[in-house]
Design a protein around this ligand. Structure first.
Ligand SMILES: NC(=O)c1ccc[n+]([C@@H]2O[C@H](COP(=O)([O-])OP(=O)(O)OC[C@H]3O[C@@H](n4cnc5c(N)ncnc54)[C@H](OP(=O)(O)O)[C@@H]3O)[C@@H](O)[C@H]2O)c1
Length: 248
C-alpha cells in the first residue's frame, strides 16, 4: 500500500508528464503512467525508489475504450485512486486557411476530448475516495492569438473551460480541478530548437527571463498542488510561463 494512493498520468513516458510522474512518485504516490508505447517515465534523475512506484500502461487517450480499459486495470490494482493528471497532448500547426479538418480533429481528440473522457472515468473513483485532485495540463497559448496555431490554441482554451465547469459541478464531491498552463518548456523532443536557431533567438527576446522553462518547473508546481492540498483552490488556470504571457 502506498503512503498516498494512486495518481493516473496520461502521456507520462517522456517530457513534462514523465517529470510529473517522478515528482509525485518521490512524494510516495503510486503512479499509473499512460502512453501509447506503454513505457516507464524517462527522467535522468529518477531514483529506483520512484521508478518502482510507477507502473506503465499502454493507452491511446484518443480511444475511449482504451482509456476505459486502463482505468479498470488501475482500479483492479486495489489502491485508492486519488488523482489524475491529463497531460498527453500534441501540437500540429499550419495556415488556418488550409489546415485540414482531419488534423484539427486529431488535435482536439488528443488535447481536449481525452481530458473530458478521462475525467468521466475517474469521477466514480474520486467520489469513492471522498474527493481528489484533477490537474489538466493546458498551455499559455490558450489566451494568445498565434499564427498557424488555431487548433492548438482552441484545444487548450477548451481545457480551461472544461476545468472551470468540472470544478463547479464536482466541488460538492470534494473534487478539485486545476489547469496548469505552461509556456515554452524545453523537452528532449524540442531541445535543439530551444537551444539554437530562430526559435531560440525569438524566445530570448520574448521571455522576460530570456530562458525557456523545464519539465521540472511544471512538475514542481503539479507536485505542490497535490502535496499542499488546498481545499479552496479549484477551477483556476495557473500559468507557468516565465511571465511571457503577460509581457508587453
Ligand atoms: N513542451 C512545451 O513547450 C509545452 C508548452 C505548453 C504546454 N505543453 C503541454 O504539455 C503536455 C506535454 O507536452 P510535452 O512537450 O511534454 O510532450 P511530449 O514530450 O511530446 O510527450 C508527450 C507524451 O504524451 C504521450 N502521448 C502523445 N499522444 C498520446 C496519445 N494519443 N495517447 C496517450 N499518450 C500520448 C507520449 O507518449 P507516446 O508517444 O508513447 O504516446 C508522451 O509520453 C502537452 O499537453 C502539451 O500540449 C507543452
Amino acid at each position: 500500500m502506498s503512503k498516498q494512493g494512486t495518481v493516473i498520468i496520461t502521456g507520462a513516458s517522456r517530457g513534462i508528464g514523465a517529470a510529473i510522474a517522478i515528482a509525485l512518485a518521490d512524494q510516495g504516490y503510486n503512479v499509473a503512467c499512460l502512453s501509447r508505447r506503454g513505457e516507464l517515465p524517462v527522467v535522468p534523475h529518477a531514483s529506483d525508489v520512484a521508478l518502482a512506484r510507477c507502473t506503465a500502461f499502454t493507452c491511446d487517450v484518443t480511444r475511449g475504450e482504451s482509456l476505459q480499459s486502463v482505468f479498470e486495470q488501475v482500479a483492479a490494482m486495489g489502491e485508492p485512486i486519488v488523482g489524475l493528471v491529463n497531460n498527453a497532448g500534441i501540437h500540429l500547426e499550419g495556415l488556418s486557411a488550409t489546415f485540414s479538418l482531419n488534423d484539427y480533429e486529431t488535435v482536439f481528440s488528443t488535447n481536449t476530448t481525452s481530458v473530458f473522457v478521462s475525467c468521466q472515468h475517474i469521477y466514480p473513483h474520486l467520489v469513492s475516495a471522498g474527493g481528489g485532485l484533477i490537474v489538466n495540463i493546458g498551455s499559455f497559448f490558450d489566451k494568445l492569438g498565434v499564427k498557424r496555431n488555431l487548433a492548438y490554441c482552441a484545444s487548450k482554451a477548451a481545457v480551461g473551460a472544461i476545468t472551470r465547469c468540472l470544478a463547479v459541478e464536482w466541488a460538492g464531491k470534494g473534487i478539485r480541478v486545476i489547469d496548469v498552463a505552461p509556456g515554452y518548456i524545453t523537452t528532449d523532443l524540442n531541445r535543439e530548437a530551444m537551444t539554437a536557431g530562430p526559435l531560440r533567438e525569438y524566445l530570448g527576446k520574448r521571455i522576460p527571463g530570456r530562458e525557456p522553462g523545464t519539465s521540472d518547473d511544471v512538475a514542481k508546481l503539479v507536485k505542490a498542488l497535490f502535496v499542499a492540498d488546498i481545499p479552496f483552490l479549484s477551477g483556476e488556470t495557473i500559468y507557468v510561463d516565465g511571465a511571457q504571457g503577460i509581457a508587453h
